[in-house]
Design a protein around this ligand. Sequence first.
Ligand code: NDP
Ligand code: HSE
Length: 430
Amino acid sequence: MEKIKIGLLGFGTVGQGVWKTIEMNRDELLKNTGLQISISKILINNLEKKRDIVPGAGVLTTNPEEIFEDDSIQIVVELVGGTDQAKSYLEKAIEKGKHVVTANKALLALYGKELTEKAETKGVQLRYEASVAGGIPILQSIQESLSANRIERIMGIVNGTTNYILTKMSREGVGFEDALAEAQQKGYAEADPTADVDGYDAAHKLTILAALGFKAGIDFQQVYREGIRRITPTDIEFAEELGYAVKLLAIGTEKEGKIELRVHPTFIDKDHPLAAVKDAFNAVFVEGNAVGELMFYGKGAGDLPTASAVLGDIIGVSQNLHHPHPQAYKLDFSNSAKTVVPMEDTQTAYYIRFMVKDRPGVLGRIASTFGGNGVSLSSVIQKGEGEGAVPLVFITHKTKESSVQKTIRQIKELEAVQEVANLIRVESLS
Ligand code: NDP
Ligand code: HSE
């Protein structure tokens, strides 16, 4: 039996989840790993706050030095969130020769390279399984179990809040604002929902997945990002009619050293396994050149699911404590030979919804503008009739983003076109 002492930074949802899991599974942890894991100190913000779990006297502290200066603490687990303060805490812990575990995707997407290099220089481990898709063990699978493969594609529903909102809109026909309000009331979405609904959280996670999966020097700013605020019940109805589900997907592909990275709402074939991922669940679909298609599914957030991943990292670190090269999985930001394809050069199919005057010749003029730009159409639907504007929907074949954008700019100028109401990218099974 080996005794492992932890310093926790943060005792919110995940920090308390880690505490509860150690209490709940003490025997399993010992039996399965031979480790006796205990939390020695916990850094918090406010000592006066009422807490459901009250650790023993002297465990909670507002002074981080009590953790960094305690030589008996081998592993520091960062669960405070945010970037600047969390970064300086992790740097300090690494500086002190402590191994570090974090669930902080924003921190890793922005400063992963720096932190990886610091950890390597100091010969300590940095692990972060919980940072992508919470309880799903996707990072270790990519880094270890799939390391005999060249990863060709990663497509994930990696944000539970937006998946909950889109599922609710699709099931109940409600608008984005109502679905968001319910997600907030249920505690999925924050009071400021920007990170989730505008796609930042998914883009942070895609940066981490791509750095591991494609071994490429990805800068977070290179990820194309679009959120779900513009999705309406009308778009969801058209998706259903055309045989698609609407999901916020994080998509990374690599072909011949060229990488595509994008987060955006997507029409995905109803038969695709990702289309069946509902509510706040996450899933990551991976294609490797040996293994073929895989899908990882589970809870991407919550106290116990996230703690399961954090504890997996603590165990991994502990089992490597005495190894000479302890860096377990590494964000490889060094390979600059691989380039990220600019969004305008990416190719996909598109759903485009116009609001147009219902007059003879309008459909023909719009269709010929697509054709004039080399954009081939696969289906057209017009709904309604009468004096006001009616929706006119096109699905294109796979085509270049810049050609579609140019076409839309031209169509916008047509007198009969009231509005380009939405453009949503389409992923098919092929
Ligand atoms: P919470 O907001 O629930 O908890 C944050 C904790 O950190 C609180 O205990 C707070 O103290 C403490 N804290 C915050 N700032 C400071 C500071 N400057 N100094 C000292 N203590 C501080 O966060 P979560 O547990 O939800 O999230 C933690 C991390 O895990 C984040 O990076 C998040 O993105 C990530 N994550 C969260 C998931 C989830 O399901 N919640 C899922 C996957 C990842 P006090 O208690 O006194 O307020
Ligand atoms: N806010 C995230 C989500 C949870 O909604 O999936 C933590 O990654």
